[in-house]
Design a protein around this ligand. Structure first.
Ligand SMILES: Cc1cc2nc3c(=O)[nH]c(=O)nc-3n(C[C@H](O)[C@H](O)[C@H](O)COP(=O)(O)O)c2cc1C
Length: 340
């Protein structure tokens, strides 16, 4: 069955999936209606909630949409490492009036969410945190859905294409939020996106979306010139009117208080890039262990957001965050697009 082709977008801009609130049906529809490709982020959501979002986005737009899923990971971190890290957060938690959460693994509703997308048939389903089995990618393609895998290196790209990915999201080291590296234990590469993209373009003919650190139209032109078929933009859309970004996060991106970003596993046990705050600086010792640490820090993160405490809350951001501004998503997509 034919699947959606990223090269057919009116504008080569993908609104990156952003789990944890920012990705809304309204944001996805606005990006799509502006000629790009909007995404829903299934991560952390219940299957029922995802189903509602899928219904809503179809009401809002007749254009193509994508859905992004987290690939489950069976890694079990050393319980002693997790206990030591949890204990180091107890004082921080009690100052916020909460307790640290219990560490656990789960599959983020993997099977239920796969069934849902097979039923709802968004044009694109992308994955992060690993490469699904070939069977999953083939089933999606047979249903007319473009199966896309997030990769951070040439080796991951080869593995994904061999498994049946029909498009790749090539994520560079400057990207906001979690790195999609297949192996969460490895220190993520800091090789420039341009180099990884060039390598992957020379290996494969599948459509490529590239992203990470985009701060304006020049970055888009540069990535397209290196062989990307579309550019995936996250951080700049965090301040879009239609985004569900919480007010603390929104303000931190634009109020000039934070000057830089860093890569940390302090919040979730998986490397992610965020605005460099006190929590990141003081908890550089966090072990690998996603989603275990995600559950350990969840009460702290929620309490910090409620309390408006930007020293503790996770404030995901890519290196291009200083260009984020409040505006309709369509204006952002238009501003980033090469003139035709
Ligand atoms: C707040 C936030 C949440 C994110 N959540 C996801 C996600 O659920 N799935 C995913 O594949 N990527 C996620 N990402 C990464 C984006 O897909 C993309 O790689 C990144 O935003 C691109 O870099 P930029 O933020 O510098 O534009 C997230 C990024 C941010 C900033």
């Amino acid at each position: 069955m034919p699947v959606f082709d990223l090269r057919e977008l009116d504008r080569p801009i993908i609104g990156a999936p952003m789990a944890g609130g920012p990705s809304t049906p309204e944001l996805a529809a606005a990006v799509t209606d502006a000629g790009g490709l909007g995404f829903l982020a299934a991560g952390y959501r219940s299957p029922g909630n995802l189903e509602d979002q899928l219904g809503r986005v179809r009401e809002l737009t007749a254009g193509p949409v994508g859905v992004n899923l987290f690939v489950p990971d069976s890694l079990e971190p050393d319980p002693e490492d997790v206990a030591r890290y949890s204990n180091s957060l107890r004082a921080e938690a009690s100052a916020l009036g909460v307790e640290v959460g219990a560490a656990r693994n789960d599959d983020d509703g993997w099977h239920a969410k796969l069934e849902l997308v097979l039923d709802a048939r968004p044009e694109v389903v992308s994955f992060t945190f690993g490469c699904p089995e070939s069977r999953v990618l083939a089933t999606l393609a047979q249903a007319g859905i473009l199966p896309m895998v997030t990769v951070t290196t040439g080796e991951e790209a080869q593995q994904a294409v061999a498994a049946g990915a029909r498009a790749l999201a090539v994520q560079g080291p400057d990207a906001g939020g979690h790195r999609g590296a297949f192996d969460q234990r490895t220190i993520p590469t800091d090789r420039p996106l341009a180099d990884t993209l060039t390598e992957i373009r020379s290996q494969t003919a599948v459509p490529l979306a590239a992203g990470g650190g985009v701060s304006g139209p020049d970055d888009v032109v540069r990535l397209l010139g290196l062989g990307a078929d579309a550019v995936q933009v996250g951080t700049l859309l965090l301040t879009a009117d239609e985004a569900g970004t919480n007010p603390l996060h929104r303000a931190a991106l634009t109020d000039g208080r934070f000057a830089e970003t860093s890569l940390t596993r302090a919040y979730t046990g998986r490397f992610a890039r965020g605005l460099t705050n006190r929590f990141i600086r003081e908890h550089a010792d966090a072990p690998a262990g996603y989603p275990h640490l995600h559950y350990v820090t969840a009460p702290l993160r929620a309490a910090a957001i409620t309390a408006g405490d930007a020293d503790i809350a996770h404030l995901w951001a890519g290196t291009g965050f200083a260009s984020a501004r409040p505006e309709p998503a369509a204006a952002m997509v238009e501003r980033l697009s090469p003139t035709r």
